[in-house]
Design a protein around this ligand. Structure first.
Ligand code: GLY
Length: 369
């Protein structure tokens, strides 16, 4: 006879967290850290660049104030976001005898955030962590929403878990050390979310694009806050990406393939921009997006330095072959997020991801070359 026992769990406790967005909030660390780290046990995961700029001096301040701090620094770049680095970090933490009362701080860009978040999720079955993003891209996208992951030879972010941080600390003054290319890299993710959800914010970003690239504080803060608010709204509805959250993947089916084909030499935002151009073109070819809207979108991307030539470095058949392994796919079909309008995704039966015939992908790709 079948025995059926019911498991009914309490809701997870970490379902609420704050996002601090301010100039200089890092220097006020005492005000937020004491609440999140009463036991004063801290592991900071960072990369060599951020270590030299901010993390080393930050860790010294903590040590001088009685915290037990382990600073672990990885080589910058996507090649570090792999199982081997994760294991190295975990073993260092175990060797130094950090327990379950440890607070982990992911101090860096998206690579550090995804990797350190994954370490936090599995270390002794899960410890608390703070996201402290240092790039515009990680402020706008990866530090919020709890996605953690590592890459594999079979694709980007293939192994990971959704594990929410206890706090996200965005200090706008950290953006001052970024190059213009890295500012553009981050703005692309803001344009992505505006294109899928918020026509007004897309127009705001489009009209202020030069100010944004020059990091004019008021418009930059406004764009970050708008993008983060939209992302929070999406994650609240669909934390585990069963449907709506997939819209954040607009441009990413193509982008992930480009990143893999370039051995991760192309920057994520730039790959997303090319992905958006191809996926918006597919939306137009399939009759969902008007050509006027496609032209408006492409003009914005061309104005920030994205060019067709960047796409010509890739072979369309190879891109399609990698896109076949995308996480959104099922039933042997390649799924894309497509646009119906600026600020609105095409949906069918309430599903936001749409199966696309290969011929449209190749046609879109080739029409852009
Ligand atoms: N980066 C996309 C997401 O958080 O869902």
């Amino acid at each position: 006879m079948l025995t059926q026992l019911k498991v009914s769990l309490k809701a997870r406790t970490r379902t609420k967290y704050s996002i601090l967005l301010e100039n200089g909030v890092l220097s006020n660390w005492q005000s937020w850290l004491s609440i999140h780290c009463p036991d004063k046990q801290i592991v900071i995961i960072t990369d060599k660049i951020v270590e030299n700029l901010y993390a080393y001096s930050f860790s010294k301040k903590l040590t001088n104030n009685g915290y037990n701090v382990l600073l672990l620094s990885i080589k910058p770049g996507e090649e570090s976001k792999v199982q081997k680095t994760k294991e190295y970090l975990e073993l260092e933490m175990l060797k130094a005898k950090f327990g379950r009362n440890t607070l982990l701080i992911a101090f860096g860009g998206g690579i550090v955030g995804d990797l350190a978040g994954f370490v936090a999720a599995t270390y002794m079955r899960g410890i608390r962590y703070i996201q402290l993003p240092t790039t515009l891209l990680s402020m706008i996208d990866s530090s919020v929403g709890g996605k953690t992951a590592i890459n594999t030879p079979y694709g980007k972010n293939m192994i990971g878990v959704i594990y929410q941080p206890s706090l996200v600390v965005m200090d706008l003054s950290l953006l001052n050390s970024l190059s213009k290319v890295l500012i553009v890299n981050g703005l692309i993710e803001a344009l992505k979310i505006f294109l899928t959800l918020d026509n007004k914010s897309f127009t705001y970003a489009r009209l202020n694009i030069n100010k944004l690239i020059e990091r004019e504080p008021h418009s930059l803060k406004s764009v970050i806050a708008r993008a983060v608010k939209l992302k929070v709204k999406v994650v609240r509805i669909d934390e585990f990406e069963e449907n709506l959250r997939m819209i954040l993947n607009f441009g990413h089916t193509i982008a992930h393939a480009l990143e893999k084909l370039s051995n991760y030499h192309i920057l994520h935002g730039y790959a997303v921009a090319l992905g958006i151009l191809v996926e918006a073109k597919i939306s137009q070819l399939m009759g969902f997006l008007s050509s006027e809207n496609y032209d408006l979108i492409s003009r914005v991307f061309y104005s920030i330095g994205i060019s067709k030539e960047m796409l010509s470095a890739f072979n369309a058949d190879e891109v399609v072959s990698i896109a076949k392994g995308d996480k959104k796919n099922h039933s042997g079909k390649i799924f894309f997020i497509l646009l119906k309008d600026i600020g609105e995704v095409y949906t069918k039966n309430d599903r936001v991801a749409t199966p696309v015939d290969e011929k449209y992908i190749l046609q879109a790709f080739n029409s852009l070359l």
